[in-house]
Design a protein around this ligand. Structure first.
Ligand code: TRP
Length: 328
């Protein structure tokens, strides 16, 4: 579509998505898609999954789980092609070209890499893992992405993408835009233990959780340790449950704050109220999910159609690249 800004974003297929994925990025994908002024492309970064885990036996299953979550959240595949990185060969080709435009030391300074090396027990860093942001730059620039809605942890990769776009354009002529990252207003939702919400920490609420599961999980959420029983005054600003109220129950935020601070509102009631709001929020997800789940053939078709669209854009960009490089 001419004159529409291009949105490109993706996620690694690591299994079912949780509320942190929604508040961190997915919410923006859906909002921008529905805005009408953008063309969205969303990729399943299945090659990126290999940077931290060479075992590919679950990659397809996780990709489908994630696709189902995207569709449940309101991604409309007719308007927003969804596709697997591994099925569009041009990603690897552009990655190779870009890999010549960035130094090893620049990549070694990437804070995301440093954090993963520290937190995951990975052994020596592979060449591919070091090049993670180079592949991400190829993901974005292959579609000439201009706006990249991601979580704040991804901003260093967007910065590297901008540098690569600039360096390519300077060297070979103007082919690529300089994409901008776009954060959600509420980019960090804590997990039920107060730490970052993450599958590996077991502190998530999944987009696919049933209503009673949400309640059960919320019951176990950590609250202000000084508020032991109803009547005790609580401190909403240090309570993760209050953060959930701010996000999913904004209209009652003040009332909840007063109830907590005065002690009138007990933690159990407070949790059940927010669990209900979260369930109201997730109900349309559940409704949409029904129409897709148990229909693997439909999901396959959605991917196939998305991959065909993505491939044709990717080929056009690579023609531009080859022409600019006089290698056409
Ligand atoms: N690195 C991103 C993440 O871990 C996933 C990703 C891969 C991505 N390619 C992308 C995000 C391109 C935005 C644009 O979440």
């Amino acid at each position: 579509m001419p004159n529409r800004k291009i949105i490109l974003s993706g996620m690694r297929p690591t299994g079912k998505l949780h509320l942190g994925h929604w508040t961190g990025a997915l919410e923006n994908w859906v909002a921008l898609q529905n805005d009408g002024g953008y063309s969205n492309y969303h990729l399943i970064a299945d090659y990126h999954a290999l940077t931290t885990n060479l075992d590919t036996s679950h990659v397809y299953e996780y990709s489908i789980d994630m696709l189902l979550d995207w569709l449940s959240a309101g991604i409309d595949p007719e308007h927003s092609p969804v596709f697997r990185q591994s099925q569009i060969k041009e990603h690897t080709e552009l990655h190779l070209i870009f890999s010549m435009l960035i130094t090893k030391s620049r990549l070694e300074r990437n804070p995301v890499l440093k954090e993963q090396v520290r937190d995951l027990d990975l052994g020596p860093t592979s060449y591919g893992h070091l090049g993670y942001p180079v592949l991400q730059a190829a993901d974005i620039l292959l579609y000439k992405g201009e706006v990249v809605p991601v979580g704040e942890d991804q901003m260093p990769h967007i910065e590297i993408t901008r540098e690569i776009a600039r360096d390519f354009n300077r060297q070979y002529g103007n082919v690529f835009p300089e994409p901008e990252g776009k954060l959600t207003k509420f980019s960090r939702l804590p997990g039920l233990d107060g730490k970052r919400m993450s599958k590996s920490l077991g502190n998530t609420i999944l987009l696919s959780d049933a209503a009673d599961e949400v309640k059960k999980k919320m019951k176990k959420a950590v609250t202000d340790p000084k508020k032991i029983r109803k009547g005790d005054p609580g401190r909403p600003d240090i309570c993760l449950v209050f953060t959930y109220h701010q996000k999913f129950n904004a209209s009652e935020e003040d009332q909840i704050r007063r109830g907590c601070e005065s002690g009138e509102l007990g933690c159990v009631d407070c949790k059940m109220r927010v669990a209900e709001r979260i369930n109201t929020f997730l109900d349309p997800f559940r409704e949409r999910r029904k129409s897709y789940e148990n229909d693997p053939a439909r999901l396959e078709k959605i991917l196939e159609a998305g991959e065909e669209k993505a491939r044709s854009v990717a080929r056009r960009t690579m023609d531009d690249v080859h022409k600019a490089m006089k290698m056409g």
